[in-house]
Design a protein around this ligand. Structure first.
Ligand SMILES: Nc1ncnc2c1ncn2[C@@H]1O[C@H](COP(=O)(O)OP(=O)(O)OP(=O)(O)O)[C@@H](O)[C@H]1O
Ligand SMILES: [Mg+2]
Length: 353
């Protein structure tokens, strides 16, 4: 019924004198994959905890699946799924026991529990790992088990807080295949990440910086509407000198090394690749070629941040994602059980006794 799974107005959270989340107006459409991006300490986890009904906002309002955050946080908690930044698995319990535990917490009717747990084992590709204690599962399995636990009551909306941090690339790709499958089944997914390749896969992105939402929209819309700056790549004879020269030019917002190439973000909409090539050639640097290219999500993100923080932020993004391999979601297969979710407004308590 509701077109939006999450809507907030002026959502704010203070911790003493610190405003961790500062008047956020978010809109997450039902059925979409929403990527919530921001550097360390930007306020992502704090926002998610408020949206999950776990943390009380200091100011502002919001609804999650049509439920008022402030008035009915308990209802919000049971209607959504939440995978926290440090997965809350019980190490002494087996994979299956963890699922059963969460099925009880989320009040999955007793008669359905066993089959639901089995469905989740298949969904998260945990077959063969069911009786292993969580402590002994590998990182990729732990991560998928945590997602399965968050999904055990079949919520229509799930919040995933940095689910792939510190996980190897293959597990990361599998995990994104799983996220895609959930979205194709109509489940709304809100995911926080530092990985720019993951951000590229989202339907909508929200950038948060120092507690403030600085951009929100589809990656394409943000690129075309918010980010007007041309980006130029070039192959030059002397990369180091080219970087130095461009660094001194006011028309350049940023000049970076991208492998063996030069990547230049121009400050002025009117400038072209030709202008960059001309500038360098006039100063004795050979330019093999120079072309305008699409900005990356990383460019968008970094460009919102003040100049002195740019370099540090790029470093942080690189540190977590040194060689971003393209993440191609696996081909989809329907969720076990095949029940349709995410339609109508009447089934939001589904799965609870
Ligand atoms: N319970 C708390 N008490 C005091 N300060 C807090 C609390 N929780 C978070 N903060 C502060 O609020 C700010 C936002 O933190 P938050 O965890 O939301 O950031 P984040 O975007 O999730 O960062 P990360 O990428 O590192 O997970 C930080 O400055 C953090 O230190
Ligand atoms: Mg966090």
């Amino acid at each position: 019924m509701t077109e939006f799974a999450v809507v907030t107005q002026g959502l704010t959270r203070r911790f003493g004198r610190l405003t961790a989340v500062d008047h956020l107006d978010l809109g997450v459409r039902a059925g979409e994959l929403y990527g919530f991006l921001g550097p360390n300490g930007a306020g992502k986890s704090t926002t998610l905890r408020m949206l999950c009904g776990i943390l009380e906002p200091s100011e502002g309002n919001g609804t999650v699946l049509g439920i008022d955050l402030r008035r009915e946080p308990e209802r919000v908690k049971s209607a959504i799924g939440y995978m926290s930044q440090k997965f809350s698995l019980y190490d002494d319990l087996t994979a299956e026991e963890n699922l059963t535990f969460y099925a009880r917490v989320y009040m999955v009717p007793r008669a359905e529990r066993e089959s639901r747990v089995a469905q989740m084992v298949r969904l998260a590709d945990l077959v063969g790992q069911e009786t292993k204690r969580a402590a002994f599962l590998s990182g990729g399995y732990r991560q998928r088990l945590a997602l399965a636990c968050a999904m055990v009551h079949r919520p229509r909306l799930v919040f995933l807080d940095e689910p792939t941090a510190g996980v190897d690339p293959v597990s990361r790709r599998n995990f994104w295949g799983l996220i895609r499958r959930l979205v194709e089944e109509g489940i709304t997914v809100v995911v926080t990440t530092h990985y720019m390749d993951e951000a590229e896969l989202c339907d909508t992105l929200g950038f948060i910086y120092q507690g403030r939402l600085i951009a929100q929209g589809t990656p394409a819309a943000i690129k075309s509407e918010t980010f007007k700056k041309p980006v130029v790549e070039a192959e030059t004879g002397d990369l180091r000198r080219a970087l130095d020269l461009l660094g001194e030019w006011d028309a350049v917002e940023e000049a970076l090394r991208a492998g063996t190439r030069l990547r230049v973000i121009l400050a002025d909409e009117g400038l072209t690749a030709e202008a960059v090539a001309g500038y360098l050639r006039a100063r004795g640097v050979a330019v093999v070629w120079a072309n305008e290219v699409e900005p990356s999500v990383e460019d968008l993100f970094v460009s919102f941040v003040d100049t002195e923080r740019k370099a540090r932020l790029r470093e942080q993004l690189r540190a977590v994602s040194p060689h971003p391999a393209p993440l191609v979601p696996l081909t989809s297969s329907p969720l076990p059980g095949g029940e349709r979710q995410g339609e109508g407004g009447e089934d939001r308590g589904e799965g609870r006794a």
